[in-house]
Write a protein that binds this ligand. Sequence first.
Ligand SMILES: [Zn+2]
Length: 165
Amino acid sequence: MGQNELGQLLDPSALDRAEGARGRLRLVVPAQWDGEPTELEITAPLRITCARCDGGGCDACGRSGALKTPDDPADRILRVQLPAQLGGGVVLRLVRPFGDTWPIEQLLLELVPGATPSRDIVRLPPPAPLAPWTASPPSSHARATALGVGFLAVLAAVLALLASR
Ligand SMILES: [Zn+2]
């Protein structure tokens, strides 16, 4: 497939007409993630259902009803942004989910909320916020500690004086 064809694939109607292998993967995400923008890391299974025949077998999947994904789990990792509003479920269309050389052209990723989440879904931590104390002035607590240290130094000097007598 040439670069230009891939560019055309970003048009939804072109995606619908595209004739490459198309897989379908349905996963359950925790219902409580709904309403929060969330980035997910998903490890796809070794075989995914052929979306053209829904597992029944067709020419696109060699009559197997399934499409093979890369052997190495590291090559099967998908990173997706979970939409803020999950509702009853969303379908994300991933183009070339396993890279340009892998034969799966599109993956329809169905994410549905439920009580029993699928394995192999990891919620990525949100970006770390700036540390709140970096920009604030020294606290009164820090000053009090400095005074305390000074007092102890004086006390030590007095004790040393007493001991030398
Ligand atoms: Zn098929």
